[in-house]
Design a protein. Structure first.
Length: 97
């Protein structure tokens, strides 16, 4: 997970919280989940907004907050240059331990 994760990806992560011992690895997500409404304004302008809230089962807000990350992981510039997937590497480390 990372800051470009939105909507369906955030819902997917939240639903996997139901699994025993689940862990979410990554960076803060966008917090952009929920139904999208549209209003068409004069001049051909389309205004989009979130109609419904998105919450965890315990009513903790997801919108504008993002998915709760258990283990924060971010690649460094050297990781990116080397083509490393630090999220997968951390997941493998967690599974092996």
């Amino acid at each position: 997970m990372y800051e470009n994760t939105q909507s369906a990806g955030e819902t997917w992560a939240m639903s996997h919280r139901l699994a025993p011992n689940s862990i979410i690895v990554g960076r803060q997500t966008a917090g952009a989940n929920g139904n999208v409404g549209r209003i068409y304004l004069p001049g051909g302008i389309e205004f989009k907004y979130t109609q419904l809230g998105a919450y965890y089962p315990n009513w903790v807000k997801l919108q504008r907050e993002g998915v709760k990350i258990d283990i924060p992981v971010s690649p460094t510039l050297d990781d990116i240059k080397a083509g490393r997937d630090v999220w997968i590497e951390k997941a493998i480390e967690i599974i092996e331990n």
